[in-house]
Design a protein around this ligand. Structure first.
Ligand code: IYR
Length: 228
């Protein structure tokens, strides 16, 4: 096989103390991201969402297949359809209609500090819902025939970059994962080989929005890293 074509690679080179300062400043900004469940209906320009999706689309991916699709929902009708289907699933999850909850008691206890329930008004209130699909096949072939690799990892990284960029733009975000969420494929008109992974809700926080205090508590570096 001939050697693949290559390009020169340059990065800005910062003095060590500036590199630490830049990383620290980014860490501080990112630590201020909170999952928001109380959104304002205030509009957000489409250009902001486009730029954030472009950032997400620059994520590394298995064999550079870029196995993601972002279905961007702003229409009130589609948002209502998503809310209704998501809440129906969530009512089963939480046992909100008096049936046995699908979630285990342990899971429900783990969520108690977050104060979540089956009501998801933000799915209608927030100006943008970005429904993220993972393409199990596709990428090169539009007919969905080509195999993709490390799909969940790749799309997970892209979602992280999407959230990071939306936060940098000053927007509140929420990752919502109704389960099961096959209905999203139908609402967004996506093919069966795409798996809905999450809804990223984006917009401004409602005036007076509050977030659970518990979610602020992050493990210290000593607990999340080891140095070998
Ligand atoms: N999907 C449900 C439950 C839920 C699960 C986890 I794990 C969370 O961190 C938060 C919520 C809901 O959206 O309420």
């Amino acid at each position: 096989m001939p050697a693949p074509e290559t390009l020169p690679y340059h990065l800005p080179r910062f003095p060590d103390d500036e590199a630490s300062a830049r990383a620290g400043a980014m860490a501080e900004r990112l630590a201020r991201r909170r999952t928001c469940r109380d959104f304002s209906p205030e509009p957000v320009p489409r250009a902001v969402i486009e730029a954030a999706i472009a950032a997400a689309g620059s994520a590394p991916s298995g064999a550079n297949r870029q196995p993601w699709h972002f279905a961007v929902v702003a229409s009130p009708e589609k948002k209502r359809a998503i809310r209704e289907a998501a809440e129906a699933e969530e009512r089963r999850f939480y046992g909100a209609d008096g049936d046995n909850p699908k979630a285990s008691a342990e899971w429900l206890a783990a969520l108690a500090d977050l104060g979540t329930d089956a009501d998801k008004p933000f799915l209608e209130t927030a100006p943008w819902l970005i429904v993220v699909f993972a393409q199990r096949k596709g990428g090169i072939a539009e007919d969905g025939e080509a195999q993709n690799y490390y799909v969940t990892e790749s799309v997970g990284i892209a979602c992280g970059m999407l959230l990071t960029t939306l936060h940098e733009a000053g927007l509140a975000t929420l990752t919502h994962t109704p389960s099961p969420m096959g209905f999203l494929r139908e609402v967004c008109g996506r093919p069966e080989w795409e798996k809905p992974l999450m809804i990223v809700v984006a917009g401004h926080p409602a005036p007076g929005a509050r977030v659970p205090a518990k979610a602020q508590v992050k493990k210290p570096l000593t607990q999340i890293a080891s140095w070998l």
